[in-house]
Ligand binder design. Structure first.
Ligand code: PGA
Length: 247
């Protein structure tokens, strides 16, 4: 009942020449998998044009909580929508660490995303120290409670579980650890939102590659992936999409 979602986060990578990779991704035919690429803001308009020929949604990587105003260098959710985005990442751990974003900030950004008609892809995840001290579920639970506003549903929200220590490191949790967090998130969402909580897609992110995708996608309550490095090359991303489509 929940469609799969393969999402790519290009981070601060990609010049105009990278649009050929996006064109190849957008041309990918899938059975049960939706596609999303979040390019850098400079490429949004061109990316939306490129993806329009295929079946790939385009998302921003962050938005400001305000609709407009004196915030030099920032981009509002309405601007992302105007440029052709339908989604936006909020609360990525690199935003939380590089820009000091709190759960309250992420909550405000999610509300702003919804107001602009965007689907928020809310990112959560524990540090290695938190994992080692046995605090993972407490950390994830607190992030979810603090950064997801009331009113979330399967259309306006996707949640990505991304252990910070797995991002860009080549390390991934054991499958049982991914299952534990995803099952916990599902329970927490259903408890808070009822049926709407059951419709919210849960992505795993952190070093997803063609070589580990199949085993990750077999884990319960994993509805897809948020992919960084391996989304930059169409061949790698398409292999991940194929694994998800077959799951
Ligand atoms: P990675 O990044 O796939 O390169 O580990 C994932 C992410 O940060 O979303």
């Amino acid at each position: 009942m929940r469609r799969k979602l393969a999402a790519g986060n290009w981070k601060m990578n990609g010049l105009g020449s990278a649009l050929s990779e996006l064109a190849a991704i957008a041309g990918c035919e899938t059975r049960q998998t939706d596609l999303l690429i979040c390019p850098p803001a400079t490429l949004l308009g061109r990316a939306a044009d490129t993806a329009a020929a295929g079946s790939c949604a385009i998302g921003g990587q962050d938005c400001h909580a305000r609709e407009s105003g004196a915030h030099t260098g920032d981009i509002s959710a309405a601007m992302l929508a105007d440029a052709g985005a339908s989604h936006v990442l909020v609360g990525h751990s690199e935003r939380r660490s590089d820009h000091g974003e709190s759960d309250a900030d992420v909550c405000a950004k999610t509300t702003a995303a919804w107001a602009a008609g965007l689907t928020a892809v809310l990112c959560l995840g524990e540090s290695l120290a938190q994992r080692r001290s046995g605090d993972t579920l407490a950390v994830i639970g607190a992030q979810l409670a603090g950064s997801l506003p009331d009113g979330a549903n399967g259309d306006n929200t996707v949640i990505a579980y991304e252990p910070i220590w797995a991002i860009g490191s080549g390390l991934i949790p054991e499958m049982a650890q991914i299952a534990e967090v995803h099952d916990f998130l599902r329970r927490a969402l259903v408890e808070r939102l009822g049926d709407d909580g059951d419709r919210i897609r849960l992505l795993y992110g952190g070093s997803v590659k063609p070589g580990n995708a199949t085993e990750i996608f077999a884990v319960s309550n994993v509805d897809g992936a948020l992919v960084g490095g391996a989304s930059l090359k169409a061949a790698d991303f398409k292999a991940i999409v194929a694994a998800l489509d077959a799951a």
